[in-house]
Design a protein around this ligand. Sequence first.
Ligand code: NAD
Length: 269
Amino acid sequence: MQKELQGQVAVVTGASSGIGAGVAQSLADAGAIVVVNHPVAATKADADAVLKEITDAGGQGITYQCDVSKEDQVDQMFADVVAQLGTVDILVNNAGIQRDAAFHEMTLAQWDAVIGVNLTGQFLCARAAIREFLRRGPRPEVSSATGKIICMSSVHEVIPWAGHINYAASKGGVKLLMQSLAQEYGDRRIRVNSICPGAIQTPINHSAWGTPEALNSLMRLIPYNRIGQPADIGNLAVFLASDKSDYITGSSIFIDGGMTVLESFVDNG
Ligand code: NAD
């Protein structure tokens, strides 16, 4: 039986660890040829390991080094991927960082770094992907949509986050970037949606689950009472990239074990 993403090319940014690695594996399992993006030479070994897991499981892909906050590198990545793999059908704008500080102590460098990767990076990659979707036109043999973009946002596109204001501002920006893109390109059959994870067990939030005390305290925020795994996000990414979600665009899908229903109100607030 044909797999649901068979013959489609997916670029996953920041795919050498955490959620990006899980998403890359899930998309490859669903038949996509996956570009495992990583930012610098030091992350190449991790990207190679992700690609090896994919190919060991019978999937296909390549690794590609590119800092998503740099315009020339992003445009080069898309040009090289199109030259090598023919086109791009799916972009997962996943790369993201945190540079936490009390707001009054936050440096401009911390602000710029987070906005540069989490928001400008999503702009640059989405722009390059949409240019390719428009150049290539429909591919009805693989998908009803001409292209699909999945933005990795966060529950912090709606939950304010003291001590992480650069991060919360970046994800709030992603929300309206995503919605406005869906509005602007819907008539070209380009679908754009966001995944909004709650707490997923990855390196970015090690302090929130690295000790039993921290994990216990985290559970107070999660009605479903477990931390999420990258594969949870991977399953949703496959759905949002596939024609099973063909009527979904402009949506933020929360995947958070119920975090956004505010566990702290379970005992009447
Ligand atoms: P992670 O640190 O494992 O992954 C982030 C990835 O981005 C890394 O692989 C890193 O190398 C890559 N990256 C950083 N700067 C980059 C750049 N300039 N260019 C390309 N890649 C770059 O953490 P994660 O939890 O897997 O985070 C992935 C995404 O999920 C982020 O956007 C994050 O904000 C979001 N998110 C995570 C959680 C969570 O609980 N883990 C919750 C909500 C949202």
